[in-house]
Design a protein around this ligand. Structure first.
Ligand code: GN1
Ligand code: MG
Length: 354
């Protein structure tokens, strides 16, 4: 029988005297994970294979995690993160004979993850959690963290990549996408506004999680938050990233996978709950400029996601995993619809536009 993909890494972690059982963890699209249980002690760990296509320098992930972990240990905060664990010789990473890269974390006993948001109270809880994460690093120099994905939430860069993809060889896809392309081109002002933000000095770089969604929080069985997880993209960023991603992933009446776009609308109570939760923690730390442009957060992140999906479609699906050929196009249309609805919503509710 072929050995399990994790076997070498597990043997390396177990060293000489421990025996483990392993079960796959099915959530998460980027890294592959197994929950492992030590037969002797009952201790639980998370064994993870790092996706080195997306994160080509896994040492940077570990460097960042250690810094975040150290800061959390040395500061009194309302949250913690799973402890990093080590292979023999205190090595944080293990490279197996297939050149696959592995690491281990503590597995928090009794923790569960949730995939969908049920009500505005839950949306508020998520917002409070990610706000507390950023607030907890207020006295930490964010620039000490490596940017693990180059210009990850840089809207201007994403717009340039989109424009580049318009020179693609996938003529049929370009033709089919004409209306979506035209709508996105009309929104170049958002990318110009991003340039203003990054040059102004009024929008400080902060520690942002950069994947702020409910599935990246561990809950206990009573629904109480244990901690945020999946910190591979935690790096310096601007205020709009996490707030915007939460708005993007929680306010829409339809999921990002949904194709029934005529049913899609912005759920006001969810939008208000997210803002309320986020500001309840961070209001005192945000600058006047950040507060003035708070509603830019959702627009920026939804626009960025529409650009990223369409760019990937026009480039021939090289980044996002797809289940059928048109999926990136459908995802882009979904996000464009959400963007249009969000623009209308903000105009009407807050007289806000960029
Ligand atoms: C990717 O795989 P997942 O859902 O954790 C992406 C996010 C996007 C999201 C859109 C590293 O995250 O930035 O918002 O898809 N992560 C990376 O569904 O690119
Ligand atoms: Mg993720």
């Amino acid at each position: 029988m072929k050995p399990a993909p994790y076997q070498e890494a597990l043997d390396a972690f177990a060293a000489t005297f421990h025996q483990f059982t392993a079960e796959p963890v099915t959530t998460g699209l980027i890294n592959q994970s197994w929950k492992i249980t030590c037969q002797q002690t009952g201790e639980l760990f998370l064994l993870q294979q790092v996706n080195t296509t997306i994160f080509p320098e896994p040492e940077q992930l570990q460097h960042n995690y250690e810094l975040l972990w150290k800061h959390i240990r040395e500061t009194t905060l309302s949250f913690t993160i799973p402890a990093p664990k080590y292979f023999a010789g205190d090595a944080a990473l293990f490279i197996d004979s297939n050149n696959k890269c592995w690491r281990v974390f503590e597995f928090v006993p009794g923790s569960v993850t949730l995939d969908t948001i049920e009500n505005p109270e839950q949306a508020k809880t998520v917002a409070v959690t990610f706000a507390a994460f950023t607030a907890g690093f207020a006295n930490f120099d964010a620039t000490k963290l490596h940017p693990t994905i180059h210009r990850f939430h840089d809207l201007s860069f994403r717009f340039d990549q989109f424009k580049e993809s318009l020179h693609s060889q996938y003529y049929e896809r370009l033709h089919q996408s004409a209306l979506v392309i035209e709508e996105l081109k009309k929104r170049e002002r958002y990318s110009s506004f991003y340039d203003i933000i990054s040059d102004s000095g009024e929008f400080p770089l902060r520690v942002m999680h950069h994947d702020a969604k409910i599935s990246n929080i561990l809950f206990d069985s009573s629904g109480k938050v244990i901690c945020p997880v999946d910190l591979d993209t935690s790096m310096p960023g601007y205020f709009f990233s996490d707030l915007g991603d939460m708005i993007r992933s929680m306010v829409a009446s339809q999921d990002e996978k949904d194709k029934e776009l005529d049913k899609l609308y912005v759920r006001k109570e969810f939008y208000e709950a997210i803002l309320d939760g986020y500001l309840s923690v961070l209001e005192n730390q945000l600058t006047e400029a950040e507060k003035k442009y708070i509603h830019f957060a959702g627009l920026a992140m939804i626009c960025m996601q529409a650009l990223r999906f369409l760019t990937d479609y026009l480039n021939g699906d090289i980044y996002y995993r797809i289940e059928y050929p048109e999926q990136n196009y459908d995802r882009a249309k979904n996000q464009l619809t959400l963007l249009q609805k969000m623009e209308g919503f903000l105009e009407k509710q807050y007289a806000f536009s960029i």
